[in-house]
Design a protein around this ligand. Structure first.
Ligand SMILES: [Zn+2]
Ligand SMILES: [Zn+2]
Length: 318
């Protein structure tokens, strides 16, 4: 007979079977499930701050159906349903990837309906006149080189921003976790891209952009997953078929290795970056694209000129 050893939760002091406790390496604390959920919510609340958690605030929440976006929407909904005249709106973007996106959207809809969250679904077709699969094909036919991932990312951000403006939202919440942000910071360091590094952390003051917030920026990915699993959330797990994150995943492997040996590395990468950010000026030579108003080094941004080359310019709402 095997005996399962028990230990105490470092927060509530109750004893649990070891397999029911989560050991948070960087803090040295063991959490029971209940205390873990409570502590994660506390961190997210602290990260948002009093300027955001108040009356008369509407937050657009980008929902992909994956664990990050559902955990973010769940916690924000819990906070905001207790605040008078404030609410969240879920925004899903269907880029039309055959056999991939529908499952994520379905999970997003089920989630919003379960928790009574208002939601809106926008599509690539309605904003740029074609879905991603069609665009990849047009680009192929025209012998144009394109990276579906980065194109898709930019268009998704544009659509999320546009819907958030239409819905008169004060903020747009994006589900990036601590791993995502430490990877983005390190990639820009390694590439020496100070411009991107400055833009990454600063919000535009233009009225064409809804201020972006990242409520999960201090929560590591494994803890987002644990949160979703403890609450038995039904989230979309499949990776995107266009996924081409090879460089990012190399950087991610390096950070994971450091984190394993020196717990807390990801926190210090992001904390150091935040301190550095206070000294970084957003470069003044950035102009705005004449068509869509996004920051751009050229008169017409890369995406707008790409849409033009694809022959989609007349259908584009940007
Ligand atoms: Zn506990
Ligand atoms: Zn543009």
């Amino acid at each position: 007979m095997t005996t399962i050893s028990k230990s105490k939760c470092g927060k509530c002091g109750n004893a649990f079977n070891d397999d029911k406790l989560y050991f948070q390496k960087h803090s040295g604390v063991k959490f029971c499930e209940e205390c873990f959920i409570k502590d994660t919510k506390r961190k997210i609340r602290k990260n948002l701050g009093k300027d955001i958690l108040k009356n008369h605030i509407t937050i657009a929440v980008g929902i992909s159906g994956g664990k990050d976006s559902l955990v973010m929407a769940y916690v924000l909904n819990e906070f905001f349903k207790q605040i008078p005249n404030s609410k969240i709106i879920g925004i899903m973007v269907n880029e039309g990837i055959e056999g991939f996106r529908n499952d994520g959207i379905e999970k997003g809809i089920k989630f919003c309906e379960k928790f009574g969250i208002e939601y809106h679904i926008a599509t690539f077709s309605e904003y740029i006149g074609a879905n991603l699969d069609e665009i990849v094909n047009i680009a192929k036919e025209k012998n144009m080189t394109m990276n579906p991932c980065s194109f898709c990312g930019v268009i998704r951000r544009k659509i999320l921003n546009r819907v958030a403006i239409e819905k008169k939202c004060d903020y747009l919440a994006i589900g990036h976790n601590l791993d995502d942000i430490s990877q983005a910071v390190m990639m820009n360091y390694i590439e020496g891209d100070i411009k991107k590094l400055a833009i990454l952390g600063k919000s535009s003051n233009s009225d064409k952009f809804v201020k972006r917030i990242k409520p999960l920026s201090k929560i590591p990915e494994n803890e987002v997953k644990l949160f979703a699993d403890i609450l038995k959330m039904d989230y979309h797990k499949a990776p995107c078929p266009y996924s081409c994150l090879s460089y990012r995943s190399e950087v991610s492997d390096i950070i994971d290795m450091l984190e394993e040996k020196h717990a807390g590395t990801m926190y210090s990468i992001v904390a150091g970056y935040e301190r550095l950010l206070e000294h970084l000026e957003v470069p003044g030579d950035i102009t705005l694209c004449e068509k869509c108003g996004e920051p751009s080094a050229l008169k017409i941004c890369k995406v707008c000129s790409f849409l033009k080359d694809l022959g989609l310019e007349k259908n584009s709402k940007f």
